[in-house]
Ligand binder design. Structure first.
Ligand SMILES: Cc1ncc(COP(=O)(O)O)c(C=O)c1O
Length: 402
């Protein structure tokens, strides 16, 4: 950041440049503010970037997760395993379709679902139909093990990769596959909210290699409408006496939603997508600086553990702090850092502790997630930061801990 705007370092922030602004302006001056070619182009570019056959852009990752749950046909009586250390939306998508969440514990050092915690959750209850692994902070879970487990038990996989755009996952062939290529999942969901690595203002994208899921999500995103000739059911309404399709005709075959993203959002998303690699690289450089400079605070402050299941694309820089040994509680530390111009956040309060879920499923003991939650703190990380910003954060943190 430049000296003039170094007033406050939030924990995350979008990076918008003149190209992004020009891309949105071009759409504002065009004939299509929503739907139309910009949306289709962005979907194609996104799918190509992550190596998937199809991408469906929508209004948020929350609606994307909802669409994915609908595409799988999940409903009442079905159960879905969701790691409890995630944002509310991963679990809520399961509830939107009236299925039930089976909260899964996570590794206390990474916050990720492991094969052991997955197995435990699966064997705790009958009726599990799907797994929604969360690629937390920009690291991937062990997808080779998760997908082998899913195959063995006939489960679907929807990856919540809201944190992991631009990263890769290790495949069983020993290669790296881009997150979103769905090499080991049925669908992958991304968020393009402003704190994420690239943004559309608000927005989400679901990728898949399955044509049926793709078509279903496209239709449900827009009221459940279809227009393709071979899918129409009401032929007497659809076609005129000479057998041509009536030009106004569309058909709704199931209950859908308005989960669309506008052409403005897609223009911003497409412009940001071009910078994804540069953003990921810059974030990695900042992470390397943090890792090096925080070493002197070990073991009271330690970065989350690194896993070998792919190449991370860091969305958050999370440290685990032994607050007792450091002589300060988390709220006091966050307030003190804020007073010095440093924003921090806690990602996340485990979802099973939310009153809504406690009311549904009772109290659960998920020790790994509770331990991670008790210690985690996200420090500022966004591409416009520079080395002095990292030094400033680490130095300020150091002065506050004993
Ligand atoms: C892990 C995870 N899942 C889902 C979401 C929901 O994303 P959106 O805000 O785009 O609906 C978020 C956003 O914070 C997230 O971090």
């Amino acid at each position: 950041m430049t000296k003039e705007n170094q007033v406050f370092l939030p924990y995350g922030r979008h990076s918008i440049d003149d190209e992004d602004i020009a891309a949105v302006e071009r759409v504002l001056k065009s004939d299509w503010l929503t739907t139309g070619p910009k949306v289709d182009n962005f979907e194609q570019e996104f799918a190509q970037k992550v190596g998937a056959k199809y991408a469906v852009v929508c209004s948020s990752a929350t609606t994307g997760l909802h669409l994915a749950a609908l595409a799988l046909g999940l409903g009442k009586g079905d159960k879905v395993i969701v790691p409890t250390l995630t944002f509310l939306a991963t679990a809520n998508a399961v509830r939107y379709v009236d299925a039930d969440v089976v909260f899964c514990d996570v590794d206390p050092d990474t916050g990720l679902m492991t094969i052991e915690t997955l197995e435990r959750a699966f064997h705790s209850t009958p009726g599990v139909k799907a797994i929604f692994p969360v690629q937390l902070n920009g690291q991937c879970a062990d997808m080779i093990a998760v997908s082998a487990f899913a195959k063995l038990h006939g489960l679907a996989i929807v990856e919540d990769a809201c944190h992991a755009i631009g990263g890769t996952v290790t495949t069983s062939a020993g290669t790296y596959s881009p997150v979103g290529s769905c090499a080991m999942s049925d669908m992958t969901v991304f968020s393009l909210h402003p704190v994420k690595t690239i943004t559309m203002g608000e927005g989400g994208v679901v990728t898949t290699n399955n044509e049926n899921f793709y078509k279903k999500m496209k239709s449900l995103r827009s009221h459940g409408m279809v227009r393709e000739l071979d899918t129409l059911k009401n032929e007497d309404l659809a076609f005129n006496a000479t057998g041509d399709l009536n030009p106004w005709y569309y058909e709704m075959q199931e209950l859908g939603f308005n989960f669309r993203a506008s052409a403005l959002q897609c223009a911003l998303g497409a412009s940001q997508l071009k910078k994804l690699d540069a953003f990921v690289e810059k974030r990695q450089e900042l992470v390397n600086l943090y890792d090096k400079q925080l070493a002197s605070l070990f073991p009271n402050v330690r970065p989350i553990a690194r896993v070998p299941y792919g190449q991370p694309a860091w969305h958050l820089y999370v440290v685990l702090i032994d607050f007792e040994a450091a002589g300060i509680d988390r709220a006091t530390l966050m307030h003190a850092l804020h007073a010095k111009g440093i924003g921090t956040q806690v990602h996340y309060l485990p979802v099973h502790l939310q009153p809504y879920y406690q009311g549904l499923y009772g109290e659960k003991e998920l020790a790994g997630a509770n331990a991670y939650y008790a210690h985690c703190l996200s420090l500022p990380l966004f591409p416009e930061m520079n080395a002095p910003d990292v030094e400033h954060v680490v130095h300020t943190l150091t002065t506050m801990l004993c």
